[in-house]
Write a protein that binds this ligand. Sequence first.
Ligand code: SF4
Length: 365
Amino acid sequence: MLQGLTADTATDRILESVLSGNRLSVDDAFELYQNGDFLKIQLAAREIRNRKVNPAIASYTAFRVVNYTNFCNVECTFCSFMDEIGSGKGYVLTEDEIVKKMEEALEVGADQMFLQGGVDPRIPFDYYLGVMRAVKEKLGKHIHIRAFSPVELMNMEAITGLPLEEVLRTLKQAGLDSVPGAGAEILTDRMRNILSPKKATSEQWIHVMETCHREGLPGSANIVWGSEETRHEVIEHLDLIRNLQDRTGGFHSFIPWTFQKQTKKFYVRNVPAQEYLKVLGICRLFFDNITHIETSLMVLGQGVGQIALHSGADDISSIVIEENVLRSYGIKSEEKARIFLSESGFLPMRRDFNYTYREPELTLG
Ligand code: SF4
């Protein structure tokens, strides 16, 4: 028994069971969300974190977000980034502009590009291939390109008429290294109808991600909550991701986020820090098959991020060089990331996308 847990209550017994190595069931995860003691969940989550990764370290990485276009026909109710196709207001970055953005990022130490944009069927498939080839040819093969959410990939499937597998293989040959788990939000059809009825359904999202993993394109997964979802739907989302991970093992990490108020069309409630940290702790306990839990400093800020690292998270995601979609509390330089992690009580560790640490002798196993 972990000191601080008394096994007096039903939720204490659930935590004790997880700490003994049993998988957290959907019902028990819901019970923890509803009735679990906040501090005991954090304690158990921290213990599991420390069994999976070196307790002394917390990691970070550095990438530049490049939003290649803001034209989009999906119309997610929460998005203030998109411009309607034909509105004449939007932009599509040229190959040269994207290479230049990555060049600037390299100069300040970022070696990963997160390429993402709206869905514009007018953009030809060759554009995506050309951008990735240009970045790799001009800046080096070591630049990691992480790109395209399921809805963007489905658009490429539609415009080319090719099967998804073929689309992915072609993108990979052009330089795609991994995919983000973007666009998942809440994977229940009720919520997706509220959020973005034109976006990939839960089933389509899972199908695209599973195909990416099978084609050798790993990624991360996330949840974004804090709207009209129920607690059952939060756990249902986690369960879909865990089941997919059981089948493919393609997720390196999981990131819990909360919605930001961006438009009037979409209800956003203020998720309290206590609830954010509780859900993050439940994620750590639930995902016995995902090694890393990331906390995002961009949404709830650095104070909450520090506590998150003691509540189950082991990574602060990244130094983000550019982020058009969210108001940002993110860290903008490597030096600041290292100071932040040291002040949080950890040895800062830079990692790459695959969670290979720069100082491997300090890592577990
Ligand atoms: S979130 Fe992405 S897919 Fe949705 S409207 Fe905005 S740009 Fe389009």
